[in-house]
Design a protein around this ligand. Structure first.
Ligand SMILES: [Zn+2]
Ligand SMILES: [Zn+2]
Length: 493
């Protein structure tokens, strides 16, 4: 999910400001200001794209340093784009122009689109400038033409944000009109959000296929190998899809939560650069996330965290006397300033909790999926080679051999770590770069090599992850119970 798009939606619609009407004489000036903001982003992104292209042309190849500068630069550009959009909305008063001056308030979707239009222009300007860099880094032959690149990017953004937009429009414009009485009921919001959220989750493969151009993986040795892996580990799915990224991304994912409506996506560059056994190992990693039920656990974790935040909201209180003591606060603003400070404190506490706990869980789960990926291509003999390949076409029946998924073998671990380094190399990632959700590639590889050296390490690791899951779950259940109890207490007459 593109986080920047979600933040932009929040900037546009999160704060319900109708926006005052702009005096008629100022309207052209305000439009010019907004256009100036978009132009500034265009200049910055073409500047970055042009700089990268000239560095690559000068050196004759894309060095790791240029790659890193480019990634840092495009992150800064994303933040600048969001900042300028926030300024257009709240500083220039764009929503006031759209809703009050142009009288679009109350129309279905037209008002929302008009409010969002400056951000769309900012996105297009950003992508157009960065295209110069992408073409230089990946080589003109591997990069689609400019208009195809923009279509790919837009399609991806639309497909991935459409669920959020659908929830918003359905609740706001459709339910509100069809059932106004129910819509105003206090229980309406959580129930509507939960139902819409669940249906979107079940339908998510549709949105993914809308977001990315895909085609069914043709029959052949690779497809048959992956099908054998799926059968061996009991993984059900609808189809294997080749994900066309114009050769720009080495990636794989599994979409969907229902076993009979679930796709496995393998990017074109992944299929080009990995051996069939390595593709099977990457597939095994994705199956590992499903087999260990990481997604449902995260769903539960989010619900529990919400309960925790609601409890913390009741517990955090800053004495007004402290705020009143601050010299720069006007006495008439004290209670409002206190509320803002409390909200800020709550937000910061929630952020730290999330960063620590979710980050840690997520990195453990990633390792668990890595171990699963190794096991999928392992023969179960800790002293191999000779290594037995369960999934090679025409390999003898595996009767009498250790059951698959029973244990790790050195060749299996080697195949998986090779795949991991190859993915990093092709995506221009530094294997030592830290990653909040995944951990660095180097640390993941070291961990797997450590398991190879110590046969008892793997069961011990699985026990530790199970204990961590159970502890976090018990704590969240307890907060849930306390939150429910205090709420029902408040509702009593
Ligand atoms: Zn993963
Ligand atoms: Zn082996």
């Amino acid at each position: 999910m593109p986080i920047s798009l979600l933040i932009a939606l929040l900037i546009a619609f999160g704060i319900d400001l109708p926006g005052p009407e702009v005096p008629g004489s100022l309207v052209p000036f305000r439009i010019l200001e907004a256009a100036g903001g978009v132009l500034l982003i265009a200049v910055m992104s073409f500047g970055l794209g042009g700089w990268v292209a000239s560095r690559v042309a000068h050196a004759g190849y894309a060095s790791g340093r240029v790659f890193r500068r480019y990634i840092q630069g495009s992150r800064l550009l994303t933040m600048a784009g969001l900042g300028i959009y926030a300024w257009i909305i709240h500083g220039v008063g764009w929503s006031g122009l759209v809703l009050s001056n142009w009288k679009l308030e109350g129309s279905i979707l037209v008002d929302d689109l008009a409010i969002f239009a400056p951000f769309l222009l900012i996105q297009l300007a950003t992508w157009s400038g960065l295209y110069l860099a992408e073409r230089a880094l990946h080589g003109a032959r591997n990069c689609p033409p400019w208009h195809t690149y923009l279509t790919l990017k837009s399609r991806q953004a639309i497909g991935l944000t459409l669920p959020v937009i659908l929830i918003f429009v359905l609740r706001h414009d459709v339910f509100g009109r069809l059932w106004p009485g129910w819509h105003r009921h206090p229980a309406a919001e959580p129930i509507e959000l939960a139902c819409l959220g669940l249906s979107i989750l079940f339908a998510s493969p549709l949105f993914i296929r809308l977001a990315w151009p895909t085609r069914s993986l043709p029959d052949g040795p690779l497809r048959r190998r992956l099908e054998r892996v799926a059968r061996r580990v009991g993984f059900r799915f609808t189809d294997f899809l080749v994900w066309d990224t114009g050769g720009m991304m080495v990636n794989a994912c599994v979409t969907g939560v229902l076993p009979w409506f679930r796709y496995v996506l393998l990017s074109d560059a992944l299929l080009d650069s990995l051996s069939p056994a390595e593709v099977a190992a990457v597939f095994g990693h994705e199956v590992g996330h499903v087999a260990h039920r990481h997604l449902p656990y995260f769903g539960f974790f989010f619900m529990g965290s919400l309960a925790l935040i609601s409890l913390a909201a009741g517990a955090i209180s800053i004495p007004e006397a402290w705020v009143a003591g601050l010299p720069w606060i006007d006495p008439s603003d004290v209670s409002q300033a206190t509320e803002i400070a409390e909200a800020g404190l709550l937000l910061a506490a929630a952020g730290v909790f999330f960063w620590l706990v979710f980050g840690h869980l997520s990195r453990r789960f990633e390792r668990q999926a890595d171990v699963f990926g190794c096991k999928v291509v392992s023969c179960g003999d800790p002293d191999c080679p000779p290594h037995f390949d369960f999934d090679e076409e025409g390999s003898p029946p595996a009767e009498g051999r250790p059951r698959p998924l029973d244990g790790l073998c050195p060749v299996g671990i080697q195949v998986f770590t090779d795949a991991l380094s190859c993915v990093a190399r092709h995506n221009g990632l530094d294997i030592r770069a830290r990653s909040w959700r995944h951990g660095s590639i180097a640390s993941r590889i070291d961990f797997l090599r450590g398991l190879q050296a110590n046969p008892r390490g793997e069961p011990a690791f699985q026990r530790r992850v199970r204990a961590l899951r159970a502890t976090v779950a018990a704590l969240l259940m307890a907060t849930f119970a306390v939150a429910l109890f205090t709420h029902s207490w408040e509702l009593l007459p």
